[in-house]
Design a protein around this ligand. Structure first.
Ligand SMILES: CC(C)(COP(=O)([O-])OP(=O)([O-])OC[C@H]1O[C@@H](n2cnc3c(N)ncnc32)[C@H](O)[C@@H]1OP(=O)([O-])[O-])[C@@H](O)C(=O)NCCC(=O)NCCSC(=O)C[C@@](C)(O)CC(=O)[O-]
Ligand SMILES: NC(=O)C1=CN([C@@H]2O[C@H](COP(=O)(O)OP(=O)(O)OC[C@H]3O[C@@H](n4cnc5c(N)ncnc54)[C@H](OP(=O)(O)O)[C@@H]3O)[C@@H](O)[C@H]2O)C=CC1
Length: 417
């Protein structure tokens, strides 16, 4: 069985690391060449991805190690501009490994599209009329995407909600669509637009907005983990981590930063796999506030043995088909590294990375503080900004950490010396 645990992986050269990952994931030559070549997103492809293209923007692709999820080992590709994120994820996954790593479940791939119906006086009566036409509504939606239906997906159900706004009451029809392995935005938006004339006909109202909701409450991913107190440095550390969680859950100012730490990991995998980071970010923060108060997306508690147990529950509309996932060559290589076959498996992994990322951050915060680990890795960025290269760079980083003086002025003065 494949093992994603490596000690000191970061001490290898870039080429050696890629070789290890290639062996683990059985990467083909084309994937290796893609990862090695920053020019791989050719300008024609880029020009077709967005508008007014004038070039490309490259970011580092790293891998988080040590992840065991549902008994399977994964190496996790992450794209981020922030130092210490990848190290922290690997660190936490290593802590969780002794107790089996992460265990997940999810609610499936139902996306919601909203059709807003206005100019209706008798909203309660009309709501019931719309439900009577559910089968016709679903039929019109499904005619729009026979491919999705062929694979077992498509529009499955509706909800009809009355929204009380300040000026008027209106109706919003939710189309609930199983988008299978697609993120599904284009798929459900097409359905919402196709069904709008029929909804106008049966209600006598006027349809305005027809668009998906990024609050994907029927696409929830859950992950749990347990970390032995010994791995954390004792029960006292468990208590400190639980207390850090309680702070986040009680105070939106802290919860925002706590959840930003979770998204450090989540957005990095979402980006690496060519998925839509804004869709995931907006859904996550909205879900964190679903009770009416903005809270932590994770929970941390002490179990009867004094060990730390944690959970995450988060909407994750990620896909393997569609969007940039199928266009961006590095995203395809990232999917190959993960070895995932379904969007559900990808979501399970991403939720687990979020939980791990949060564990690393709050462990550091609750004990030694964030600066030692984070700033020692960030020191490399500072030394590069100062103009250091090669062996000189390593020496300057070492000296800044030793002297606990990690800033640009000091890096420049060391370089001049
Ligand atoms: C930074 C570490 C990992 C240092 O880690 P360490 O404490 O020095 O521990 P270690 O040297 O024993 O290393 C443990 C493992 O970490 C990994 N690791 C260790 N060093 C490296 C490295 N250079 N490159 C790659 N991986 C590394 C690696 O897996 C290693 O195992 P090994 O390979 O040695 O068997 C630790 O201090 C940590 O996890 N800190 C948390 C850092 C963090 O959360 N950064 C995110 C940015 S800060 C932020 O934006 C979010 C925040 C904090 O505001 C969120 C919040 O407030 O909740
Ligand atoms: N608010 C938001 O978040 C919005 C996001 N977007 C963007 O939409 C894009 C994602 O849209 P999405 O609908 O996923 O992309 P696509 O429309 O590109 O892909 C989905 C389509 O792929 C086909 N398909 C083939 N195999 C499968 C399978 N196994 N499972 C599911 N579908 C399959 C389906 O039918 P068929 O072949 O007939 O197409 C399906 O409709 C992202 O780029 C996102 O950024 C767009 C608007 C708003």
């Amino acid at each position: 069985m494949k093992n994603s645990t490596y000690s000191g992986f970061y001490k290898l050269s870039v080429e050696e690391r890629l070789k290890e990952v290639a062996e683990f994931a059985n990467l083909e030559d084309k994937h290796i060449k893609t990862i090695q070549n920053p020019e791989v997103l050719d300008i024609e492809k880029a020009d077709n991805m967005i508008e007014n293209v004038i070039g490309r923007f490259t970011l580092p692709l790293g891998v988080a190690l040590n992840f065991m999820i549902n008994g399977k080992d994964y190496i996790i590709p992450m794209v981020t501009e922030e130092a210490s994120v990848v190290a922290a994820a690997s660190n936490a996954a290593k802590l969780a490994r002794d107790s089996g790593g992460f265990y997940t479940n999810n609610t499936g791939s139902i996306m919601i599209a909203q059709v807003q119906v206005t100019d209706i006086l008798d909203v309660d009566y009309t709501r019931i009329v719309i439900y009577e036409h559910k089968d016709e509504i679903l039929k019109i939606c499904n005619e729009k995407d026979p491919v999705l239906v062929k694979y077992g997906g498509g529009a499955k159900d509706i909800d009809v909600r009355i929204i009380n706004s300040k000026d008027e009451d209106f109706i919003v029809v939710h189309l609930k669509v199983n988008t299978l392995d697609a993120m599904g935005a284009n798929a459900v938006n097409s359905m919402a637009e196709a069904v709008a004339p029929f909804i106008e006909k049966i209600t006598g109202g006027k349809v305005y907005l027809r668009i998906l909701s990024n609050l994907a409450v029927e696409r929830l991913f859950r992950s749990r983990t347990k970390v032995k107190k010994e791995a954390l440095g004792g029960e006292e550390v468990v208590d400190k981590i639980v207390s850090a969680y309680k702070f986040a859950n009680a105070d939106p100012f802290r919860a925002t930063t706590h959840n930003k730490g979770i998204m450090n990991g989540i957005s990095a995998v979402v980006l690496a796999t060519g998925n839509d980071t804004r869709a995931i970010e907006s859904g996550a923060h909205s879900y964190a506030a679903i009770s009416g108060k903005y809270k932590s997306l994770t929970t941390w508690q002490k179990d009867k043995d004094g060990d730390l147990v944690g959970t995450i529950e988060i909407p994750l509309a990620v896909g393997l088909v569609g969007g940039a996932t199928k266009i961006h060559p590095v995203a395809q290589a990232a999917i190959k590294i993960l070895g995932v076959k379904t969007a559900g498996e990808l979501g399970d992994i991403i939720a687990s990375v979020g939980l791990a990322q949060n564990l690393a951050a709050i462990k550091a915060l609750a004990t030694e503080g964030i600066q030692r680990g984070h700033m020692s890795l960030h020191a490399k960025n500072i030394a590069v900004t100062a103009g250091a290269k090669g062996e000189e760079l390593d020496r300057i980083v070492k000296k800044m950490i030793e002297d606990k003086n990690i800033n640009l002025d000091y890096a420049k003065s060391l370089l001049n010396k």
